[in-house]
Design a protein around this ligand. Sequence first.
Ligand SMILES: *Cc1c(COP(=O)(O)O)cnc(C)c1O
Length: 357
Amino acid sequence: MSQEPKNRGFAGFVPLSLSEFETLTGQLSKLLSTQYAPVIIPGEAILGIEAMAAGIASPGRKILNVVTGPYGSLFGKWLERGGAEVVQVEVPFDEVVTADEIGRAIERHKPCALSFVQAEVVTGGSNPAEDILKAAREFNLITVMDSVSAVGGEALPVDAWGVDFVAVGAQKALAGPNGVSAVSISPRGWDFLESNAHAPRNSILSLLDLKPNEQGTAPVRVPPNIPTLEARALISALARVEEEGLEQVIRRHERAAASAIAGIQALGIAPWQKDSRYYSTLTTTVQIAGEPGLRIGQPIGIVAPGDGELFGQLLRINHFGANACRESVEEAIRTLAGLVNRDPEPSVEAIKKVWGE
Ligand SMILES: *Cc1c(COP(=O)(O)O)cnc(C)c1O
């Protein structure tokens, strides 16, 4: 009997093979510079983030949650729902948090874990992750990071940084699908889940249900629930990233951000984030105050109004993924120039200069 699937022409009808699954986990380990196979999450990145919160939260556990934007705020609510005692370090959304603030908060509250968002596309800010993790390690805390909007836009060496939980998705910098994502978990992280009687089991929110076999043993079957088409699209996206080179993908995002900043400054418009050392490389946020022309209600190309409470305060330039390029940034800045009725040409020159053209 032939093992050949009948619907050869329709890739969607052929289940994900073990070798495709192993390719995918291998690509993700490489992307994150970790020796531990990340868990594939059968859904959008937000599912992996909610699963991390559900898995670590428990009555009797005090968790320090950093809020520098809406995703951090949501994470805190999920921790509370799980019965954890949540202590928050919250800063205005046009700032990021400092490692010193985190160190002081840890000393004061003595939590067992720390959670934060590495970079925020919504606010255009990027937290100093390496320093924050260093501060947390001094107190031996379990660390949890939402890196959905950082992966591919800045460094994320998971093992070198010793971070225990990292959620990633491909729909931002990696120009991949949004229907499947991943969570990287250290051995310490697994222990933290297993020692939690309140961690979900037999649930779509359960990370423990997805735990790979003991280290070293190859899986004998593909874990259930992984969306086949999305997994294949992720394999392709990660292959493209490897082909371009992760370093180069990051450099392209850095250039996109630097050129967007140069472009808005040449227009006489200010960035919304306060400190230029902590700009996200995926989005540039633009101050609306004093520029009534920038009060748009709908996105125009990659120029988008602020989300939620940030609507009317900032505009976002979404220069990530395939849009982390000179052409997209130039088009966005021409859009802004039109909105404020100013000559775009000095900005276009400034953008070209950043791209070395
Ligand atoms: C985009 C993003 C996510 C995923 O959220 P979706 O809105 O579901 O794409 C999670 N965290 C952060 C920081 C993000 O930027």
